[in-house]
Design a protein around this ligand. Structure first.
Ligand SMILES: Cc1cc2nc3c(=O)[nH]c(=O)nc-3n(C[C@H](O)[C@H](O)[C@H](O)COP(=O)(O)O)c2cc1C
Length: 183
């Protein structure tokens, strides 16, 4: 078998999903895969037919994923369903969420699957970050409230990154193995 050709296409609003996807790309490349890393929110697209496997990633803002990723998944759902694929959902709801929060997170991913038609998406939940400096006045207050509810300590002027990088490395390894088996 030659190099496995993997597409990673993501959307991001404050940059954490880009960081998550860059980490996944590096890990998959270290295993010998050829990885194309594209930012749908920056207008980059791709033809999934040109790849052996695809990872789409997006983050939640008020219950919604970035429109560019939703549109891409909807356009290409038939091909995505037919190839080894995964959807990486970046959020804060995965961090110390109660039952209600887990349920609303599950409904976000279920809605995403139903709307796009990418029903075969294997969903991986990844914790994002709180970047107070990147927010406007209103968002800063919303996120202070979210942090308070989750008992997270915010330091003035400091970002709080909740992504579990060792866990993400394991996710990358598991994805690589699953994609390789299907190839
Ligand atoms: C205005 C705003 C709204 C958010 N809404 C949600 C939400 O509804 N559910 C959730 O789990 N996380 C929510 N988050 C947390 C983001 O998903 C998290 O900060 C993530 O790291 C953002 O990823 P990005 O930097 O790639 O855009 C919200 C964050 C902001 C700033």
């Amino acid at each position: 078998m030659g190099h496995m050709n993997i597409l990673i296409l993501y959307g991001t609003t404050e940059g954490q999903t880009r960081k998550v996807c860059a980490f996944l790309a590096e890990r998959l490349r270290a295993k010998g895969a050829e990885v194309t890393l594209n930012d749908a929110t920056a207008g980059e697209g791709a033809d999934p037919n040109a790849f052996d496997a695809a990872i789409l990633a997006a983050s939640l803002h008020v219950g919604q994923y970035q429109r560019a990723v939703v549109d891409f998944a909807r356009t290409h759902h038939a091909r995505l369903n037919a190839m080894p694929s995964a959807f990486v959902s970046v959020s804060l709801a995965t961090v110390d969420g109660d039952a209600e929060e887990r349920e609303s997170l599950a409904s976000c991913t279920e809605n995403f699957k139903a709307y796009t038609g990418w029903t075969g998406a294997e969903v991986h939940h990844v914790a994002g970050a709180i970047r107070l400096a990147a927010y406007d006045f209103f968002r800063r207050w919303v996120m202070r409230l979210v942090a308070w509810e989750k008992k997270l300590k915010l330091q003035p002027g400091q970002d709080l990154e909740l992504t579990d990088w060792p866990a993400l490395a394991n996710t990358a390894d598991a994805l690589y193995d699953r994609f390789a088996r299907a190839a």
